[in-house]
Design a protein around this ligand. Structure first.
Ligand code: MN
Length: 283
């Protein structure tokens, strides 16, 4: 059978040089909103919802943070955009360490562009990262993460902050090896976001945040986002030259030097100015 979609989301079966409209078969069976609009429905309405959230706080049920399971602050990102080698010292360590470059020519972010991680790899901080191929090296990469609110394409750096819903922290977990980044960085549980989203009014300058990452108490990564090669605004400009950015799209800004392996049983603790702390188990 040759199945097609046509015109205003009609469903068809192609017969020779005709198309038979069979939309009735799915009418009312796929939910009222199929096909879903691009982007995350919550962030598509984030601006209008924010004052309502603030107004709902005084009457809301109060739970201890320690007793809830924190999910990814973005439920359904259309895409997870990520920056490779966006800190100079990380570029230097990749250039000099065969375990990181695997004999593949290392290019600057200006040359190599950005990459995408599969949304199916996404978890919140209360769920463990599951080392899936224990015979391979899985590394931690701590990153500042931008969540898009207002959609746009060809956004200029000067206007970029108008498109930001907020910031969070991310772990871009990575199997080292020669495969495409989109393969070895998109394994289930290899994208961790959290603990929550912080709105831009609480972050004076996203390009001046101290952050660090420890494994089992040992400091592995420690840097400041002032060392980003493409800063937050420039990354939004760079990404939106290629992709329309939709509400809820995520941009992982890249990791600094100090990437190193983790294994089952490890505990990753990372902190970032203005955002907080995450504690993630490795299983
Ligand atoms: Mn990364």
């Amino acid at each position: 059978m040759r199945v097609c979609r046509f015109n205003a989301n009609r469903l068809g079966v192609v017969k020779g040089d005709t198309v038979v409209d069979v939309t009735d078969v799915i009418e009312g069976k796929l939910g009222a909103h199929w096909p879903f609009p691009a982007g995350d429905a919550f962030f598509a309405r984030f601006d209008e919802l924010l004052p309502q959230l603030a107004a709902a706080v005084p009457g809301g049920q109060v739970l201890p943070l320690s007793e809830v399971k924190l999910l990814s602050p973005v439920a359904n990102p259309g895409k997870i955009v990520a920056a490779p080698v966006n800190y100079r010292k990380h570029l230097d360590e990749v250039l000099t360490d065969g375990n990181l470059h695997h004999g593949i020519k290392v290019l600057s972010i200006q040359e190599v562009g950005l990459f995408l991680k599969a949304p199916s790899s996404l978890i919140g901080v209360s769920e463990p990262v599951r080392v899936t191929w224990p015979e391979r090296r899985t590394d931690h990469e701590i990153e500042l993460v931008v969540v898009i609110g207002k959609p746009g394409r060809n956004i200029t750096a000067a206007n970029a902050m108008q498109h930001v819903a907020g910031f969070t922290m991310g772990l871009d977990m990575t199997v080292r090896g020669p495969e495409e980044r989109s393969y070895r960085k998109s394994i289930d549980t290899y994208t961790v976001l959290g603990p929550w989203l912080v709105t831009p009014d609480e972050i004076a300058d996203p390009n001046a945040l101290d952050f660090d990452l420890r494994v089992n108490g040992e400091m592995r990564q420690k840097a400041n986002t002032c060392d980003l090669i493409f800063n937050v605004q420039e990354l939004i400009e760079y990404a939106s030259k290629a992709y329309t950015l939709h509400p809820g799209d995520v941009i992982m800004t890249g990791t600094p030097e100090g990437v190193a392996p983790v294994q089952a049983g490890d505990e990753i603790v990372a902190t970032m100015d203005c955002i907080g702390e995450i504690k993630v188990q490795v299983a």
